[in-house]
Ligand binder design. Structure first.
Ligand SMILES: [Ca+2]
Length: 351
């Protein structure tokens, strides 16, 4: 039997040490950041909103001027083709709708959200009893990944999860009034907007507002520093360098040039537009469409067959390795009736 070289033994020992150190680091981060929507890496529960002019006709909203812009982007197929769009001016909520604001609506109207209503078993015979319970699809950091990229490892249908209990019955929005409301469906968001005398933005309005007058398409698509996204390898390790491993209160980062906060990151935002993957019926580019490998869309665990709307802006779950959708031109489909824990909204008023 040939002798093993001492150098080879030393090299093998170094490789083993490196491997053990990586496993220890990975486990530490994975466990430290095993978060629900309200568990953050800081204890910050509120960020300061700058005062608005006292004579503002629509408190809490900023004016988005009319303009023409190149809508779309080129990272994922569903963002193409880029085309020029004209938008009229409108007022827009400067932050995502918060839990406090949504609570005021519920208190005034007695409104019950979709996630708080159990499903009728006669109309949904395909669903097992657990899925008929009222609830929402909640993101949870998996302890391990045994099934490749199957998103059901980190998206779980959670009975009892709704806007008041964002991560399930044991969580509560108490003390989190300044956080964006989540687990909201299209019907819920439209009911709130109607109560305010507002509506939801179209995709073009939302994207124009998010770009805030930037004339050129970005030539690169780096992860933004001033937004709540995911730093690290999704879905296991989040170093939370932006200050938050989960949701952040609204307005913790600088606003854009129109005075709008958190257009990118924190929560995805609903728009009025029906999602159509193929946005240009005359294009000869057959590749236009959803990129299934990169979509961050939660699985349709309930088999909902409702309409699908466009959501914009990315969320605290967008990471460079998984969902580079922390951009104004990015988009994603969302079932209208499926409440999920990374989705919120803001309203507009069109004079
Ligand atoms: Ca973050």
């Amino acid at each position: 039997m040939s002798r093993i070289s001492p150098l080879l033994l030393i090299f093998a020992a170094l490789v083993l040490c490196g491997l053990l150190a990586f496993v220890a680091w990975f486990n530490m981060h994975a466990s430290a950041e095993r978060v629900g929507p309200f568990q953050t890496s800081t204890s910050q529960l509120q960020c300061e909103l700058p005062a608005m002019p006292k004579d503002s006709p629509y408190p809490g909203m900023v004016w988005v001027p009319a303009g023409r812009f190149d809508m779309g982007d080129s990272v994922y197929r569903e963002e193409k083709p880029v085309r020029q769009i004209k938008v009229q001016g409108f007022w827009m909520d400067r932050t995502e709708v918060t839990n406090d604001e949504f609570a005021a609506f519920v208190k005034a109207t007695g409104y019950q959200t979709v996630a708080e209503r159990p499903l009728d078993p006669h109309r949904n015979p395909h669903l097992p009893p657990d899925m008929l319970k009222a609830g929402a699809v909640v993101f949870k950091v998996p302890s391990q990944l045994l099934q490749g990229d199957d998103p059901r490892q980190w998206w779980q249908y959670t009975a009892g999860a709704n806007w008041r209990h964002p991560a399930g019955p044991s969580s509560h929005v108490e003390k989190h009034g300044s956080f964006p409301v989540v687990n909201i469906t299209y019907e819920d968001a439209m009911a709130y907007a109607k109560w305010k005398g507002h509506t939801l933005p179209t995709e073009a309005q939302w994207e124009w507002a998010a770009r805030a007058g930037a004339k050129e398409l970005p030539t690169q698509h780096d992860q933004p520093a001033g937004a709540n996204t995911w730093q690290g390898i999704f879905p296991m390790a989040n170093s939370a360098e932006d200050g938050f491993a989960g949701l952040a209160p609204v307005a913790c980062y600088s606003p854009n040039a129109y005075g709008l906060f958190d257009m990118i990151g924190n929560v995805w935002e609903l728009t009025r537009d029906i999602f159509v993957a193929e946005r240009s019926p005359t294009t000869a580019d057959n590749s236009v469409g959803l990129d299934p490998d990169a979509a961050q869309r939660p699985p349709n665990l309930k088999g909902i067959t409702s309409g699908v709307r466009v959501i914009k802006g990315g969320s605290f779950l967008c990471a460079p390795n998984y969902c580079m959708r922390y951009r104004a031109g990015s988009r994603q489909p969302q079932e209208e009736d499926l409440a999920v824990s990374h989705l919120g909204f803001r309203t507009i008023y069109q004079p």
